[in-house]
Design a protein around this ligand. Structure first.
Ligand SMILES: Cc1cc2nc3c(=O)[nH]c(=O)nc-3n(C[C@H](O)[C@H](O)[C@H](O)COP(=O)(O)O)c2cc1C
Length: 512
């Protein structure tokens, strides 16, 4: 099936919706004895330790997330310390905790079920402290493994149809998704999680790149088979999801190199793996096959039509920059952790909510977006925000306003929409991400499905950071798809539920 045959994305999306019926009838249980390894290990390759004493940037998290560093034609070459900082604060181990099922190594970015199915690779020219090559990052010991020696920038440029940032990047970080590591728990929904979990990680990566003074952006348009082949992936198990070119070099682009299969040994994740064909179908149907197809794919996002502005609209009032907390991006990432219990008696200020929305939803540098555009719409259930009536709201991005859809206490509804978990009911505000999938798929084909899930993950990841920068709590959550749309309708009619983040004040600090 080709990218243009969008019944593939609809089939996957509709087939993986949560409903009361699907939850009640799911007999899946967690087979702890078959729990997958959380790391990809190449037993035959020597680890190259990354430096651990990397200087902190000292840049405030809220400004790192708000200020884009643009390539301006001047060389900006990351060194090994920058590479170490970028990898550690995106996917490194930041906490460790003992659970009945074993040890869990928590990472810098939130991830469904703490299963960490996103792997990182670096493809670079010669950098200060790192020879040109293709490397895999292993968070277990913060090391790189060299898969190929040499400069493969030309291969990336070809695979992305000469995307400008990639063609000029001295280093590109590639994110992949490993099906089984997440599907062990979430079965076929893992393909949605690929976008979400890659997205939260990218939020950290973009913030740390900006704090390091390095241009970076998200590239989703590439010839899948070329990138998968370069990384020597077994594509029934692991696939490339996104590229992040870092820095700028004026050095001329080398010709693409041969990248023959390596057949490198890796340690099996589990004694036995279960394959979910529906995810492989979704991935194949959203793959791009030639540079020409990539070139056509990139570019103008669809034009969305929102219902006419509501009568009751409140303008956001973010904290002036001078009054924003100055906690550095590194401090905030190390402090971050998903809130396990919110304090139902607490409230947040309207300025805090405005700062989160303003920081998280602006200027996402991605090859499928215009600078001011977005594929996701935000709908809020406000429970406890000072000077804002409790109720359901639509966030009109262009006007920076919240439009009241219905007023009232909707804690019980939020509890239900969030799969009957307490978190969404006890939070101060729940942010629901909804999207006009029909238009997105019309414009981008099945790959639009990857884009909309990933964009939601990035915005959600930025919300986490913007909340923790203000000493609040946050957690990603899952939801009953159609009930979410019904709750926000008629305004949300025709849209699809994509993602959910709850924000509030933690009841008690986690002990880990
Ligand atoms: C997209 C997404 C969805 C999540 N859904 C839930 C959820 O439904 N319930 C829950 O308790 N935690 C949820 N979490 C939180 C994860 O369990 C948490 O990120 C993971 O255990 C790692 O812990 P940390 O975020 O504290 O580092 C979600 C996280 C993400 C990123």
């Amino acid at each position: 099936m080709t990218n243009r045959e969008t019944q593939a994305a609809w089939k996957y999306h509709n087939g993986t919706k949560h409903s009361e019926w699907s939850i009640r009838n799911n007999t899946h249980f967690l087979d702890w004895a078959n729990r997958p390894l959380p790391f990809k290990v190449y037993p035959t390759l020597q680890p190259i330790p990354l430096p651990r004493d990397v200087p902190q940037t000292g840049v405030a998290a809220l400004s790192a997330m708000s200020e884009l560093v643009r390539a301006n034609g001047v060389d900006s070459i990351p060194g090994i310390q920058d590479v170490a900082r970028l990898l550690f604060f995106s996917a490194g181990i930041t906490k460790q905790r003992q659970f009945p099922g074993g040890e869990i190594y928590f990472r810098a970015a939130a991830c469904t079920g703490a299963l960490y199915e996103i792997e990182l690779y670096v493809v670079c020219a010669d950098l200060p402290g790192l020879d040109a090559g293709v490397y895999h990052f292993n968070p277990a010991d913060a090391s790189l493994h060299c898969l190929r020696k040499g400069n493969f920038r030309g291969n990336l440029a070809r695979a992305t149809a000469m995307q400008a940032a990639v063609a000029h990047a001295p280093a590109t970080i590639i994110c992949t998704g490993t099906y089984w590591r997440n599907a062990w728990k979430y079965q076929a929904r893992t393909y949605r999680h690929f976008g979400w979990d890659n997205g939260t990680l990218l939020a950290n990566l973009l913030a740390v790149a900006a704090a390091s003074g390095l241009p970076a952006e998200i590239v989703l348009g590439f010839v899948d088979s070329e990138i998968n082949g370069l990384l020597d992936l077994e594509t029934g198990r692991e696939v490339s999801l996104s590229l992040v070119p870092i820095g700028y070099t004026s050095q001329s682009l080398p010709r693409p190199n041969d990248a023959p299969p390596l057949g490198l040994e890796t340690i099996p994740l589990s004694a036995r793996e279960v394959e979910y064909p529906t995810m492989l179908e979704m991935h194949n149907a959203s793959s791009l096959e030639s540079p020409e197809e990539v070139r056509d794919w990139r570019g103008k996002p669809p034009v969305f039509s929102s219902p006419a502005p509501g009568l009751q609209a409140v303008s956001l009032q973010p904290l002036p920059v001078g009054e924003q907390p100055k906690d550095t991006v590194e401090e905030v990432i190390l402090r971050r952790g998903s809130t396990r219990t919110f304090d139902r008696t607490a409230s947040i200020t309207f300025a805090q909510l405005s700062t989160i929305l303003n920081t998280a939803t602006r200027d996402l540098p991605a090859d499928f977006l215009q600078p001011t555009g977005s594929l996701n719409d935000l709908y809020l259930i406000v429970h406890a925000v000072e000077n804002l009536n409790a109720g359901a709201y639509f966030f009109r991005r262009e006007q920076n306003t919240l439009e009241l859809l219905k007023e009232g206490n909707f804690r019980a509804h939020a509890h239900h929409l969030d799969l009957d978990q307490e978190l969404a009911a006890d939070a101060c505000v729940d942010m629901f991400f909804l999207a006009d999938l029909r238009r997105i798929l019309e414009r981008y084909g099945n790959r639009g499905y990857r884009a909309v899930q990933m964009e939601a993950g990035v915005i959600g990841g930025k919300m986490y950071l913007a909340a923790y920068a203000q000493h609040l709590g946050a957690t990603g959550l899952t939801f009953f798809d159609d009930d979410v749309i019904n709750f926000f309708s008629p305004h949300a009619e025709g849209k699809s539920a994509i993602f959910l983040v709850a924000i509030g004040k933690p009841l008690k600090r986690k002990t880990r």
